[in-house]
Design a protein around this ligand. Sequence first.
Ligand code: NAG
Ligand code: NAG
Ligand code: NAG
Length: 335
Amino acid sequence: MAAASARALAAAVSALLAAAVLLASPSPVAAEEGCTQRPVVFAFGDSNTDTGGTAAALGSYLPLPEGRTHFRRSTGRLCDGRLVIDYLCESLNMSYLSPYMEALGSDFGDGANFAIAGSGTLPRDRPFALHVQVQQFTHFKQRSLQLIAHGEKAPVDAEGFRNALYLIDIGQNDLSAAFSIGLTYDHVVHHRIPSMLYEIQDAIVTLFYDGAKNFWVHGTGPLGCLPQKLAELRNDADGDLDDSGCLRTLNNASHELNNQLSSVCHKLTSQLKGATIVYTDVLSIKYDLIANHSGYGESIVEQSIDQPGDTACILCFLFLVLLTGPLMFQGLRSR
Ligand SMILES: *[C@@H]1O[C@H](CO)[C@@H](O)[C@H](O)[C@H]1NC(C)=O
Ligand SMILES: *[C@@H]1O[C@H](CO)[C@@H](O)[C@H](O)[C@H]1NC(C)=O
Ligand SMILES: *[C@@H]1O[C@H](CO)[C@@H](O)[C@H](O)[C@H]1NC(C)=O
């Protein structure tokens, strides 16, 4: 399918990546030397980034069409092709990131993926909320350094941890669940989003004081364009639909989350000396794919609903909520 949009996505990812890597480079010299060091990436998040963590952790099998267009097999991604993290790894000439929970066939030499589909930031102590993912990372790091101290091998050493890129993409499930349980827009914006951001900030600060320097934080996507949200019964009929057929109120909430998240990243950049925190507005990229879908050669919106194709994967997160929403839902309700 849409080879054009696949290229557009790859180009977008490469551009973001170039910015992240450039900013993350400790010095111009290192940037020129480029690839003398093996890049290491640690990822935290939800289905937008999960490369098989949920399948490994819960033993759930995600049959085709998940995985059918690129890998031609079920990979545990809630997606039929590749995720943004996969394009990132390809751009860095790394192997795809192994899920931390995958016991067989994993290679953590390039880092580890702690992202688990359906995860959010709250409740923080419930598997696999962001806080739990960060704790898993801390365990992974301590264990690695302990092994090295005893003269044994570990996939990543102290320098690898120090120079790694730490990717965080989370919040979509929190936001989705908040609206699903009927919280008002104002409550979400003034109470829920600040609590979520506190968790993301806490994760960055915790990782920073554990030695991380390079962060790539993704904003959330356009929640109001999720087929699941569009399919829900609404009181306001179609009055809330925008020109692209997405729900304005939910997209406003996504924008609000992103604006506040961007400010948090900005604030932390000045507070955490030596840290580079790159915030990326993922919403505008995803919204552009939806609003301008014909410009990418194919109706990816329709495809994502009826017949997902390779690049519709960027929209794959749309399906996730259907599968894992109840988990989050339960979590929020029990707070
Ligand atoms: C990845 O490999 C290709 C081909 O070997 C090379 O042109 C490119 O510069 C490499 N990219 C990085 C980020 O190392
Ligand atoms: C969405 O945000 C815009 C501008 O920020 C505002 O004018 C509009 O009333 C908001 N709409 C809803 C439904 O919240
Ligand atoms: C759609 O594409 C046009 C032309 O490239 C661009 O100006 C516009 O901002 C895009 N729309 C969105 C929603 O990104």
